[in-house]
Write a protein that binds this ligand. Structure first.
Ligand SMILES: [Zn+2]
Length: 189
């Protein structure tokens, strides 16, 4: 019978590897040397200190995850930028009327919300939202999206600079990655 195997410890990998290894060769190579050393050292000391080993394994898993951060952040920035551009790139404003609130490009009289005014199946009229929704949509306008894309790109640069030091990944980077996953539709946040 073959040597006992288990799944690679990297979170997004299910390669079967010998029980004596923590990760497959591809993922282990992504772990910075000082984290590899700490995994090996704490592995030997497990009988005395299991928790230290668990921390080291987690650091190694985080390090593998972190290698995807820059690409994820840059992809999200690109999506956000192109959608903001396609949506006009300009600030929006909420206009409040007795009937309800519309959102329109700043300086325009025309609502962003359109219904076809003609056609047998089409109701006629202007769709309104609540004042709160209108204010929110106007706040999150395409111009803001471009600035947010800048922040994602800055986070990508920080993430790249931190690949060797993932244990101390700044919290703003991990938050930015969570936001990026929302934008790319990749839901493992
Ligand atoms: Zn693997």
């Amino acid at each position: 019978m073959d040597e006992a195997t288990h799944e690679c410890a990297a979170r997004s990998c299910n390669v079967r590897i010998p029980a004596s290894k923590l990760m497959c060769a591809k993922d282990w190579a992504l772990v910075p040397e000082h984290v590899q050393r700490s995994v090996n050292r704490t592995y030997r000391a497990r009988p005395r200190d299991w928790a230290a080993y668990a921390v080291a394994v987690r650091d190694a898993q985080d390090a593998v995850d972190a290698t995807t951060y820059p690409a994820t952040l840059l992809q999200a920035a690109k999506i956000l930028r192109s959608r903001a551009e396609a949506a006009g790139g300009q600030p929006w404003e909420a206009a409040h009327f007795p009937e309800g609130t519309i959102v329109r490009p700043a300086g325009s009289m025309v609502s962003l919300f359109r219904l076809h005014a003609t056609g047998p199946q089409r109701p006629w009229g202007t769709p309104y939202v609540t004042p709160e929704i209108g204010d929110f949509l106007a706040t999150m306008h395409p111009g803001l999206a471009s600035l947010f894309a800048d922040l994602l790109e800055e986070a990508a640069a920080t993430a790249t600079a931190n690949l060797q030091n993932t244990r101390h990944h700044p919290r703003d980077v991990t938050k930015a990655v969570a936001a990026a996953h929302q934008i790319t539709g990749d839901d493992h946040a």
